[in-house]
Design a protein around this ligand. Structure first.
Ligand code: CA
Length: 245
């Protein structure tokens, strides 16, 4: 499986007072396509985050001017969607717990390798919604409307009740309507970022999703256009915009 490249516009703010580590992170992330900014104090880090919007903050806990925990708490309060990864030299799990409680999403204990950091970032960023979710337009596929923001699925205006995973699966397929979506992508986006196990649950959920859509179409007195979910053997699935039923 190919390793997905980060989005070119993914912005990472490094808040780290140690010159060697800071330089290493700044240059290393930049070399892997991230747009990085490096601040050496909590105060300048907060100022930078408020001035230029960030996707990720890598936050050292032992800063010269403020406690990293307080910086994490402030960042979380002001930027609910920000991915915050705390970096701690202290192998004290109390710090990790305090950091996570303050709103950090993840942590790395120093020393860590750039490869591990990159893998963690990829895993987190894969799960992030692309674009501001509150502005996401419903996807219209024939007579089927998939409103991802509201988590509603409507057929000719009538709501179809879907289970959470059925809806998630439909949402990913609808966002890629007309394009093949691999089993790996579906498993990672709908179930778990680190899924290495059997994927039968995908087929079961997909069959159930198909059944619910067809039942809703059959129950309607109208001749409706329903998108078709095509099975691509050895690859995954594709949602084809609309078929007469
Ligand atoms: Ca430090």
């Amino acid at each position: 499986m190919r390793t997905p490249a980060p989005q070119p516009e993914t912005r990472v703010l490094v808040v780290e007072d140690d010159n060697t580590i800071g330089r290493h992170l700044d240059a290393g992330l930049r070399g892997h396509g991230y747009a990085t900014t490096w601040c050496r104090t909590g105060t300048s880090g907060l100022a930078e985050a408020r001035t230029n919007s960030q996707d990720v903050v890598l936050l050292d806990l032992g800063l010269p001017d403020t406690d990293g925990i307080d910086v994490a708490r402030t960042l979380r309060a002001e930027f609910p969607d920000l991915l915050i990864v705390i970096l701690t030299a202290r192998s004290n799990e109390i710090d990790v717990i305090a950091g996570l409680d303050a709103g950090a999403d993840d942590y790395l204990v120093k020393p860590f390798t750039l490869s591990v950091l990159l893998a963690r970032l990829r895993a987190h960023l894969r799960r992030r919604p692309t674009g501001p979710p509150q502005h996401e337009q419903p996807v219209q596929l024939g007579d089927l409307t998939v409103d991802i923001t509201a988590r509603r699925c409507l057929l000719a205006g009538q709501e179809i009740a879907l289970r959470p995973k059925e809806f998630d699966l439909l949402a990913v397929l609808a966002q890629h309507a007309g394009a093949a979506v691999s089993r790996e992508t579906l498993m990672s986006q709908v179930w778990d970022e680190n899924w290495f196990g059997p994927t039968k649950t995908l087929d079961v959920t997909l069959a159930s999703l198909r059944r619910r859509l067809n039942q809703a179409a059959d129950a309607s007195p109208l001749a409706l256009k329903l998108p078709e979910i095509t099975t691509l053997r050895g690859h995954g699935y594709r949602l084809d915009p609309a078929q007469e039923v």
